[in-house]
Write a protein that binds this ligand. Sequence first.
Ligand code: ADP
Ligand code: MG
Length: 631
Amino acid sequence: MALLQIAEPGQSTKPHEHRFAVGIDLGTTNSLVATVRSGVNETLPDEKGEHLLPSIVRYLPDHEVVVGQQARLSAVDDPHNTIVSVKRLMGRGVVDIKTLGKQLPYEFADTDSSVPRIKTCAGNKSAIEVSAEILKALKLRSEQTLGNEIVGAVITVPAYFDDAQRQATKDAARLANINVLRLLNEPTAAAVAYGLDSGQEGVIAVYDLGGGTFDISILRLNKGVFEVLATGGDSALGGDDFDHAIAEWIVQEAGVSVDAIDASTSRLLMQKACAAKEALAEVEQIDIDIKTDVFSWTGSLHREQFNQLVDPLIKKTLMSCRRALRDADIEPDDIIDVVMVGGSTRTLRVRELVGDFFQRPPLVSIDPDKVVALGASTQANALAGNDPDGEMLLMDVIPLSLGIETMGGLAEKIIQRNTPIPVTRAQDFTTYKDGQTAMAIHVVQGERELVADCRSLARFELRGFPPHVAGAARIRVTFQVDADGLLSVTAKEEMSAVEAHVEVKPSYGLSDSEIEGMLRDSMEHAMDDKDARSLREQQVEADRVVEALDAALVDDGDELLEAGEKELILQARAALVVSRNSATDAQQIKQAMEQLEKASSAYVARRMNTSVQKSMAGHKVEEFSSEESDK
Ligand code: ADP
Ligand code: MG
């Protein structure tokens, strides 16, 4: 399997000349920039000493743009011009935004372009432009701190980001006038920060619990290569849910009716809950004091009570871990290291339960907010040529299975999800009808058995191959996914070498929650799907039998059949058609098919005889004798 090299040719440089390169963690909630200077890898603070830059951009009417903490303060008062969580929109098409859009406060401009634009007082802005503002702020911060231009940046992206999302991230960097040395997967960056790339070979889990999202990645380190074995998680689970659980507990303890809680009370409750949660990382018990127009309450939250509140949420993350391990075909005790990322991993209960699950204490010595940026910076430093040993290899995986539609609307998987890329897989298919000279190829992505439940990626046709008897043609369909995740499909009729080819972008426009949902569906419907598949197969089989019978009847039905016999066959045929269209399980169709076979068995035998006679007509018996004697 080919590997991707991180070190680019021609990027090494003369000794003694330090070229500043930075690592950027472009996060949903917060972003950071880090660099290696005087041999020390560190994140860079703003003039107030803050390392985290809130990923929030506010547009003002005079074309001024405010990024970070100052923009955050206006999020409540000026929601239409203050863009938060823009990362969720990166690489998304207009159609995807329409579904996401209901949860977003922004208005989207009507546009003919495939890229959606948010209406602001400074004009319509795409997610790429908004992200570029965050990147510009970080670039400015680095150049001011370092007193030097930067030669480039390594920017991190989630491991499950598809091609469109990665491309959008690169475009944002280009707008910000940043030379992208490499896009790096976030979990890989975290592992690099712990120096695991030069350590023991083995499988590593990266557990990333942030404010609103959870990601689990299973990586294999092999000869300095990080292979992503599996990714999973929950795009709607994080520290915010911990806050919710505490807020609900307070309301209950205070004996207030939930209906009495208005928006501003709820905001205050969440703030108090969040502060209590963060404090409990340091202390056993925390006093809470709430005064609102609706109610007043004082009490204290003990760690034990807190643990009870958040345990169900942490267990949910462990279920995702279990699924990712299963996808990777790995047992929890095969994991040699667990890397903790994200602010919520400061919660001690999270560390405890994650440690129990993987049967080893997780790595927590590096600040979980900074670990991704620090890993990116290590890579950036190597790519800029400052570290002669800093070469690294990387691999990625396919997030959802790729396949094609076969008869009866069934999806045949050609490349299973989580297969490392680049990869090439081929499968042979055959024709369904006698004399078929063309074949429609429908490329789909998803885990379900029926095409209707999968995502359609592309359609094309293979035409002009010579006619064969049904089932005799060999059509080889080859799926090739390159290192950037781009899929191309080739179909070739083997005997005539007629070929057709199409390039598709897999998972373009699939949202994480869609991917999540598709995976969940496939679990829930595994049994239904199996039944549905065998029903469809039986229906296809029934169609084939009816079609063959009809062709035969036209051919020699009148010659070979007596009137009564033909009637019985037609009755059985009608019964089969009814069953094929109305049966809810495969067995019923099978029985109808057996009835038809019985009714037509004498006719079939007669046909065989005449066909043998016909094909022997004009030949001498000796021509056939050698074959006969072989039997
Ligand atoms: P994201 O990856 O979504 O940008 P972060 O990794 O920055 O998010 O994590 C933010 C979350 O971490 C918030 O829910 C915050 O309350 C939580 N957090 C920060 N410090 C602590 C702490 N000491 N204990 C528990 N949770 C914390
Ligand atoms: Mg994060």
